[in-house]
Design a protein around this ligand. Structure first.
Ligand SMILES: NC(=O)c1ccc[n+]([C@@H]2O[C@H](COP(=O)([O-])OP(=O)(O)OC[C@H]3O[C@@H](n4cnc5c(N)ncnc54)[C@H](O)[C@@H]3O)[C@@H](O)[C@H]2O)c1
Length: 351
């Protein structure tokens, strides 16, 4: 009898990275841990930055022009650029038949995000957004708890990211603190992960009233925001963000249900039970389970990044949507833009 051996080896996918800054360095470190992914090309207008990542990861092709990178044999590109460039570069890469994994936020406006999503569908290519914090254990566990109904009806949710960035943070980097290139400040940049986790766990926001201001830093965009809103489910929510409070509070997403609640602080999950007791599960203590915090923005979870990268690669191999697709990335940007547009003056209905 003939026995056919099944091979389980996955096709190795070549990646081109556009942008070689701090986030790209973390992603390159992650790619090096995944056997069937290879960083094959890297681009940055700052050649030294690109070369540094190339040397550390044995990357063959280095360029300062992302259009040149697109001529290479890469299966997908990772875009890790200032927010204001996400749309332009993603559209170009999609036009060149490349799948695109773009860093958070998907884009600076709802319209730009929608244009990227439509083009990816038209070209039958994958578009993913790098919200790796959906893949941390605290969020995976929280999702199971909510979907199983153990928290009862979700009544309210709140996001609090009251962090600090010093003046140098804005001075040293010309794109930060500007509407054109950062597209906002504390809300679109620092708080976007918990806002994404909130819409993922609780649902879309229907309408909101928000306010923003630059109360301390000499920047165009927000160093403080707040908002109150109603979810499509009828639950209520609040958001408060800052890059101007030196006290370095933890970043928290709290979800209150009729039968209990949860709090996610980095990769630590606290479960508040109906009997008044609570369980605290510290996933951050595990190797690779750390995430950025007020005091250490450079910390990152290799595990969460790798889960996201593996899912995106599988989506290409299996011709399915990635778990964090363009549409998923759009959900948080709708909330962010509505807060900026509300501007302490009007209630915004989110479509
Ligand atoms: N997922 C996360 O947890 C996480 C963490 C940090 C940053 N980010 C995101 O990553 C992206 C980049 O942020 P960063 O902190 O790495 O910024 P950064 O300033 O450290 O890096 C950006 C890089 O882009 C390069 N660049 C600018 N214009 C370019 C162009 N036209 N072509 C090629 N290169 C160009 C710059 O030279 C710079 O090296 C942003 O979207 C940011 O929000 C995500």
């Amino acid at each position: 009898m003939m026995v056919t051996r099944m091979t389980t080896t996955k096709k190795c996918l070549n990646i081109g990275m556009i942008g070689a800054g701090s986030s790209a360095t973390n992603i390159a470190t992650t790619i090096a841990t995944i056997p069937d992914l290879k960083l094959a090309a890297i681009c940055d207008v700052n050649k030294d930055a690109a070369q540094k990542i190339a040397d550390a990861n044995k990357v063959q092709f280095v360029t300062t022009d992302y259009k040149e990178l697109c001529k290479q044999e890469v299966d997908f590109v990772v875009i890790s650029l200032p927010h204001g460039l996400h749309k332009e570069v993603a559209v170009y890469c999609l036009e060149q038949e490349k799948h695109v994994l773009v860093e958070k936020p998907i884009a600076t406006t709802v319209e730009d995000a929608q244009a990227m999503i439509s083009l990816a569908h038209k070209k039958k290519l994958k578009l993913g957004v790098h919200f790796q914090n959906r893949f941390i254990d605290a969020v995976i566990e929280a999702k199971k708890l909510i979907d199983s109904g153990k928290l009862g009806r979700i009544l309210q949710a709140s996001v609090s990211v009251m962090w600090f960035r010093d003046t140098d943070y804005y001075k040293k980097s010309s794109w930060r603190g500007t509407w054109k290139m950062e597209g906002g400040g504390s809300l679109i940049n620092q708080a976007i992960h918990p806002v994404d986790q909130m819409v993922y766990l609780v649902g879309n926001v229907r309408c909101l009233f928000g306010a923003w201001g630059h109360l301390v830093h000499p920047i165009e965009v927000d160093d403080n925001t707040c908002a109150a809103f109603v979810f499509e489910s009828g639950a209520f929510g609040t958001i408060q963000t800052s890059t101007a409070t030196k006290a370095a509070f933890p970043a928290k997403l709290t979800i209150f249900g009729s039968e209990g609640g949860i709090e996610i602080d980095g990769n630590v999950l606290t479960i508040f039970k109906a009997d008044g007791t609570k369980d605290r599960i510290d996933f951050a203590a595990k190797e690779g389970g750390q995430v950025a915090s007020a005091t250490d923005p450079k910390k990152f979870s290799v595990i969460a990044h790798a889960r996201l990268m593996n899912d995106f690669a599988s989506a290409i191999r299996e011709n399915r949507e990635p778990l964090v697709s363009g549409e998923e990335g759009l959900r948080s940007i709708k909330v962010v833009r509505a807060i900026y547009e509300s501007n302490g003056e009007k209630i915004i209905n989110i479509k």
